[in-house]
Design a protein around this ligand. Structure first.
Ligand code: NDP
Length: 614
């Protein structure tokens, strides 16, 4: 096979190396190795809002038409769509845990934070807000400011509860409305609830001995402590100049903040369990002439073009033209060339992946001067086993005298002491530990969201999903009427996360508007529609789950523990394009009429206070 295609590597040896690297990292405790952070627990301070002073207000007992939970990209777009359709801001109450809009961009302000897919397709509503991002991959403060811009444009600030966490959602069978109970003592009644809380909501730590014994300073990257480090998310962390700092973790977050800490700390130790793949970023300022000459509808076209290419589809032109699309363009070329030689697509895709990862490994050698460090920074797994990273300063940081990579060869940090960190049997004394250890993903939906959810007859969502998620399109659940979730499981997952959010938001807003116009009191997906979708998800999950089984452990494959329940909870295996097409078809064919069960309000629309335009 290798001879035929002459790629210059040995695929059999590579495959064996990948599996050996995976096996080195597989652990019996899987996801249980991590320590979740509870508000009232010993690391509760890691969850506090460092950016906005506490908001003190009286509890509310509003009665609202639509409640949107979450003020990040998904919540903002949902509320914006509903407002665009003519509803007043009083019809939509937003509830957000942060002190402002922004979601993940409110919390994640670590130095170097920036979007890792192109900003022209990542930032929502650019045409509507007439906003030009400064860079192709724009930086966190601009993304946060854009969230605020959307809030202002759609008048969402006039009906939002900030620093408010929803702890319980309960369907009231008698009143046929949701009761929303929050940490501020609110008891809000809502006819419809859209949950847009994001997938990476609850930070996690490593459950190693001594984690509570460290006497120095520590924080998680999702609540960066600028009081301690100095500087801003653009860098200049001047207060670290006399500090020995440890960063634990080398995922996408760490890759972005390591260069800044390396530049400013007296000494930086980076504790690595598995290296990320780091390709070229090539960030650059936006050309205003090009940007403002785009024709209406350009953003959606660009998003679609990207999504099709990154799904291995064909497009005449590659509009984004970056590292993401290049991977898939290369895969497409390899498959095309190999087909002529009669090779199987799966074999060819694997060959293309090997080729790409060989390039990534060669890039490490070309940048990192110390051969041992370079070797340790080379990832040995298929590229989509973990989030691919793009950066032009990360690998270079390991050439600095004041930066040490502590490669734990797949074992990870094993202990934390009063004064530092133990790895490979050695203690490293540090002043500060920065946990770049990611977020809880494998836990139940309700745990990840710090929110208990009860549907008809008090049925809890955890109980309903105990054998695996059950939904239609990942959005609607039986027994949970008038309720929609915007998320990835059993839905299309794109590397450009906001794209699928947008597809779901358009559908949800359309369904809500139709229901409100038709005077619907309750809408609930039928058992048959849910069954059919779960079966479809399982049918197409096979390829993805067998791919993930061979991957090195991580949050994509639930630390290597793929079972039937996990398979059922995966993103829709036929991919985001098939998923989006399916949603479009569902809307066009008015499948809602057959897949949903309805009950109606007695009073007329006008009497219910919906704006007359509807
Ligand atoms: P990840 O879960 O990706 O990374 C956690 C890191 O902690 C991994 O490197 C993991 O190693 C390491 N780790 C866990 N336990 C130990 C241990 N005992 N010892 C040493 N290391 C350990 O979290 P991130 O916050 O980096 O990223 C989460 C996601 O957020 C990304 O995948 C991406 O989707 C998103 N993101 C997006 C960005 C953007 O758009 N700009 C930027 C940053 C993040 P191992 O790999 O071995 O498990």
């Amino acid at each position: 096979m290798s001879k035929q295609l002459e790629f210059g590597f040995d695929p059999v040896a590579l495959k064996a190396k990948y599996l050996a690297e995976r096996d080195k990292r597989l652990r019996a405790d899987g996801n249980a190795q991590y320590l979740g952070i509870d508000k009232d627990g010993m690391f509760g301070r890691f969850l506090e809002d460092p950016y906005t002073p506490p908001i003190v207000r009286d509890p509310r007992a509003d009665d609202v038409r639509i409640a949107v939970l979450g003020g990040g990209f998904a919540g903002l777009q949902t509320a914006a769509k509903i407002r665009e359709a003519g509803f007043s801001s009083q019809d939509v109450l937003m509830i957000e845990k942060g002190g402002d809009f922004g979601g993940t961009w409110y919390w994640n302000r670590y130095p170097g934070a920036a979007c890792d897919t192109e900003s022209y397709i990542y930032l929502p509503l650019l045409e509507e807000t007439q906003f030009m991002p400064e860079f192709k991959y724009t930086k966190a403060p601009e993304i946060l400011a854009h969230c605020s811009r959307i809030g202002r444009k759609y008048d969402l600030y006039s009906n939002v509860l900030f620093q408010t966490e929803v702890n319980e959602l309960r369907w009231d069978d008698a009143r046929e409305r949701w009761t929303i109970i929050t940490n501020k003592g609110d008891r809000i009644s809502a006819q419809w609830v859209v949950m847009a809380s994001g997938p990476l909501h609850r930070p996690k730590l490593l459950g190693v001995p001594g984690i509570d014994s460290f006497k120095g300073h520590s924080f998680h990257t999702s609540r960066w402590d600028y009081e301690y480090t100095g500087g801003t998310s653009l860098g200049n962390l001047e207060r670290l100049s006399d500090k020995v700092v440890a960063i634990i973790g080398t995922g996408a977050t760490s890759v972005q903040c390591v260069p800044h800490v390396g530049e400013n700390a007296k000494h930086l130790y980076v504790f690595q369990r598995t290296p990320s793949s780091i390709d070229v970023r090539n960030n650059r300022p936006t050309d205003p002439e090009w940007f403002w000459s785009q024709k209406p509808g350009w953003q959606k076209r660009r998003m679609d073009n990207f999504n099709i290419l990154v799904q291995g589809g064909y497009q005449e032109e590659d509009l984004v033209g970056d590292g993401w699309t290049s991977i898939f363009r290369m895969m497409f070329d390899v498959v095309k060339a190999g087909r002529k030689q009669g090779l199987k697509t799966s074999t060819l895709l694997q060959m293309a992946d090997f080729k790409k990862m060989e390039e990534i490994r060669a890039r490490v050698d070309s940048i990192v001067k110390d051969p041992e460090t370079a070797e340790a920074l080379k990832p040995y797994y298929n590229q989509f086993c973990k989030r691919p990273c793009y950066h032009d300063e990360y690998l270079q940081t390991f050439n600095r005298e004041n930066v040490t990579l502590v490669d734990t060869k797949g074992k990870g940090v094993t202990e934390i002491t009063e004064h530092g960190i133990v790895a490979n049997g050695k203690e490293y004394k540090v002043d500060c530990i920065i946990f770049a250890t990611g977020f809880e993903t494998g836990a139940t939906f309700t745990r990840r969201n710090y929110c208990n959810i009860f549907g008809r007859g008090g049925l809890s969502l955890d109980e309903y999903w105990k054998d695996g998620m059950r939904s239609l399109h990942g959005i609607w659940m039986r027994n949970f009427p008038n309720f929609a979730i915007i998320q990835n499981s059993q839905a299309g997952a794109s590397v450009n996360f906001p794209h699928i959010i947008q597809e779901q938001v358009v559908l949800i807003a359309d369904v809500l508007l139709k229901n409100l116009r038709a005077n619907v009191k309750t809408m609930e997906v039928s058992e048959a529609a849910v069954d059919k979708w779960v079966q479809e998800c399982l049918r197409v999950a096979v390829l993805r789950s067998s791919f993930l089984e061979e991957c090195t452990p991580g949050y994509y494959n639930l630390e290597g523990k793929i079972d039937k329940r996990v398979t059922q909870n995966l993103a829709y295996g036929a991919g985001p394009i098939a998923y989006a097409e399916l949603l479009h078809k569902w809307q066009e064919q008015n499948a809602m009429a057959t897949d949903m069960e309805f009950s109606y309000l007695q009073q007329k629309l006008e009497g219910a206070g919906v704006s007359a335009r509807l």
